[in-house]
Every structure is written in C-alpha cells, then in structure tokens.
Write a protein that binds this ligand. Structure first.
Ligand SMILES: Nc1ncnc2c1ncn2[C@@H]1O[C@H](COP(=O)(O)OP(=O)(O)OP(=O)(O)O)[C@@H](O)[C@H]1O
Ligand SMILES: [Mg+2]
Length: 455
C-alpha cells in the first residue's frame, strides 16, 4: 500500500529581505549565541541591541538615542527588526526612513513629530461598567421610517448575552447596532458593551466553537465568568498619535478616545500644535492619577544621513522632552556633508547630536560567515544550491556586498530551472553574474565611459 503525504494547507508567505530574522538570538545571560534566530555572527552588535531592548523594557532608556553604523549589508536594518521582535507587540515600534520627511504636503518636522508620537504608547486601565458575554442572539427590530420614504429603519436591536452565571437580554439603541456591525459581531462571539458610552468591543470567538480544522486566525476565548452586567477592568494600549488623530478627525470615538473627544468640540481635520499640547496635558493628568502608564517605544530612523540640519536640530530638542521615545538611528555613511549645510561630519550627523548618541558598530563579514548566511537565505527562499556555488557566491559577496550576493540567489535558481536542474550549480551562477552587475561595478563602468553618457 502506498501512503501519500498530504501537503500542508498553510500558505507559503512571501519571503522578504529579513524573513529569516526572528529576534536577536540571545541566551538567558544576554550573550549572543553564535548562530541563532536566523543570525550568524555579529555578536557584539546583537548583544548591544539586546541590552538596549532590556533597558527599553525596564523603561530606562526613554529620551536616549542609539546609532548603528557599519558598511552596507552588515545587518543594521535587520538588528532594528530584531529589537522590535524582542520587544513584542506591547511596546510601540515605529520604523521610518530618513527620506520620508521630504513630502511636498507636510513640513519635515511635522513628519518627525508624528512619528515620535507614534512611538509613545499609553496603557490605560479603567474600571468600567460593562455587559459581557457570548452573543446568543442578535435581532434588529425594524419599524416604518418616520421621515417618509419606503425604507425601514431599525428602532432597536435585541442582543442576548450569555455568561457562566446566566443569560441576559438587552434592548439596545440602533447606534450600538452599527457598532456591532463595525466590529463584525456574530452569534457565538464574546463581546462586551460599555454601559456608559455604548461602545462595543469584540473579545474573540467563544471557545465552544473551536474546532480542530479551523485554519482561520481566530482568537478563541472562554465563556466570561461572573454576571453579564458587571464592573470590569479594561486595559487599552494606544499611542499618542492615535489620540491626536482621533481628536483631529470628526468621527465618533472608540472607548478612551471618546473621552478625549470632549477636548475638541469643533470639527478639526488637522493635528495642530495646540491640540497636541492639550492632549499632553490630559495624558500627564492621567499619568499623575495613576490611570494611565506611559510606555515609551522605539522610533527607528533608517538612512539617517538623509535628514537635513533642520531635522537634526528638531531631533536634538525632541529627545529632551519628557514624552520622548527611544530613538534608534542607522546609517552606512562615513564622513560626509550634513544635508542643508556645507559642514563635513562623521556619518553626516552634526557633532552636537552625535555627542548624545550611543554608537553600535556592525562588522563586515568574513567569507566563511557569508557562506553560512547565504545558506540560511537559500533555505528560507526554498532553493537548493551546491557547496561550490555557495563558496563562489560568498566570494562575490566579499568583493561586492552581501546584499548583492543574496540578490543573485533567486535569479540563479530560475536559470538553473530553465537549464533543467533543481539545484543551482556554478554554471548557473556565472550566467547570472554576467547578467547583473553590482553597484560598485556599475559606478566603475560609469566613470570609465563618462564621455558616452549624458551628464
Ligand atoms: N549576521 C547576519 N545573519 C543573518 N543574516 C544577516 C546578517 N547580517 C545581515 N543579514 C541579512 O543581510 C541582508 C542585508 O542586511 P541589512 O539590510 O540589515 O543591511 P544594512 O546594514 O541595513 O545595510 P544598508 O546600510 O545598505 O541599509 C538582510 O537580508 C539581512 O537580513
Ligand atoms: Mg539598512
């Protein structure tokens, strides 16, 4: 008898540049394991980042800044990603690229400010009167429209909620019916409705409906304990930017945001400095009363040499404010001019800002390390390659950059396939090398043939 293996139904996700990176790969002691979490080598930088992540978790690093420097393709962006994975979803992580500030619509400092506020979280604990339970019935009741016309309107909705202790039937306002629809509530879901504001929150699907075959990303929760009508501590995570945006846009709010909405009676469409100031005041009040807790997150600015002097001046100031996140910068530049000036400075960053930064250096890789990184990549991309080609590719990486070598992997595999092979061999690789050149080679060609191009 022949038994076929059933292929997994799980979809293959897209393989991106850093798909193989799964954290920082540190041991309990904080030391970097030589090969872990997709990382190979670069131990010092990983340990430094691990220390930072620890300090961030203990909230000892707010207002500080870290700079990652190193040659292209040595893992700076990957390290930042690793930090964000180590921190988990509870700490805000806002990545941006330096050149994002150059938008024609918004001021440069405005873009920076917005991202700063995206990186500061607020955990709000409130005890609220709620109705919580599994939805056992949801029936909208219709009546004839009073404003004429043929349509019917919903006069109220009857919702049955079940908890461990019993079941309650609620007759609710049509506005709540809308909220129920927005949250996509169905019978069998566990929800709670706030008694005061009427806002609806879907907690998850009742675990009575959990089946083995369900492939959906659904969160199953147990039937709520206690009565349906009760007082419940509700914890919410928002960022300062969420609060800004919720108050700037004229929309009916969500929970805490609804409270904050009292601030802006008028219909604003823009986040103004005044609005931010007022939100800060309210937030500080909440923190003093112990209702809210500040969670400083991470603002990661990649390619920081793209910022200009105006932005750097702003960064300097913003780092010193009381509501500042941890700022992580990354650059691959050596000594170059600071944008917007003609001053030469290390990394293209003004020296007074540099003075405030802790600097982490990423090392260039040895050929041996490159072989192993490339092997990991080949595995993640699901392609077969022989030892000889890997060694050759690592040599290419050594001459050009690790990134260029990585980028040759997929085309080489395609070439191998057209040549009728399932495994990449040296010949396929060499064919690819003739087709694609790296940045340095291109620059060299340009300077050699300068007279043939338009300048
Ligand atoms: N030590 C390592 N182990 C495994 N993969 C690595 C390692 N270092 C870098 N990589 C991978 O190499 C690629 C290039 O790294 P990354 O993009 O982080 O470089 P970078 O330092 O940000 O370069 P640039 O200065 O050009 O932005 C990425 O796919 C990254 O995941
Ligand atoms: Mg990068």
């Amino acid at each position: 008898m022949k038994i076929d293996e059933v292929p997994s139904l799980a979809k293959k996700s897209r393989v991106a540049a850093h798909t193989h990176i799964k954290g920082l790969g540190l041991k309990e002691s904080g030391e970097a394991a030589e090969t872990a979490a997709g990382w190979i080598g670069q131990e010092n930088a990983r340990e430094a980042c691990g220390l930072c992540a620890d300090m961030i978790r203990e909230k000892k690093m707010a207002g500080r800044a870290l700079l990652m420097t190193g040659a292209p393709g040595t893992g700076k962006t990957a390290l930042a990603l690793g930090i964000s994975q180590e921190l988990g979803t509870r700490v805000p992580f806002c990545p941006m690229v330096g050149s994002e500030v150059y938008s024609s619509e918004i001021k440069k400092t405005e873009v920076l400010m917005e991202n700063f506020r995206r990186a500061i979280g607020l955990r709000i604990k409130e005890v609220k009167e709620v109705y919580e339970g599994e939805v056992v019935e949801m029936t909208p009741e219709e009546t004839e429209s009073t404003s004429g016309g043929y349509g019917k309107v919903i006069s109220h909705v009857v919702v049955g909620l079940k908890s461990v202790k019993g079941t309650k039937q609620l007759k609710l306002d049509p506005a709540i019916y809308e909220a129920l629809q927005q949250e996509k509530v169905q019978t069998g879901d566990v929800i709670y409705i706030e008694a005061n504001s009427g806002s609806v929150k879907r907690v998850g699907r009742c675990d009575a409906y959990a089946t083995e075959f369900d492939l959906e990303a659904e969160e199953y929760v147990p039937l709520p304990k206690g009565d349906v009508h009760k007082r419940k501590e509700i914890v919410q995570d928002v960022t300062l930017h969420d609060l800004d945006a919720a108050n700037a846009k004229p929309v009916g709010g969500h929970d805490i945001v609804a409270v904050m909405n009292q601030l802006s009676k008028g219909k604003k469409t823009e986040i103004t400095e005044k609005l931010r100031h007022e939100i800060n005041k309210v937030v500080n009040g909440y923190i003093d009363q112990g209702i809210a807790e500040l969670v400083p997150g991470v603002l990661f600015i990649d390619e920081v040499h793209m910022l200009d002097i105006e932005c750097f001046a702003y960064l300097n100031k913003a780092l010193e404010s009381s509501l500042a996140p941890i700022v992580i910068l990354a650059t691959n530049r050596g000594i170059c001019t600071v944008k917007g000036t003609d001053i030469q400075a290390p990394h293209g960053i003004p020296t007074d800002l540099l003075d405030r930064l802790m600097i982490v250096r990423t090392m260039t890789y040895t050929v041996e390390e490159m072989v192993r990184i490339l092997a990991v990549r080949a595995q993640v991309e699901g392609l077969d390659i022989d030892e000889e080609s890997l060694a050759h590719l690592a040599d290419v990486g050594d001459r050009t950059s690790l990134r260029h070598a990585m980028q040759l992997l997929s085309p080489a595999f395609v070439v191998a396939k057209t040549n009728g092979r399932e495994k990449v061999v040296l010949a396929d690789l060499q064919e690819c090398e003739d087709l694609f050149i790296d940045a340095k080679a291109s620059a060299k060609l340009l300077s050699e043939q300068a007279d043939k191009y338009l300048a």
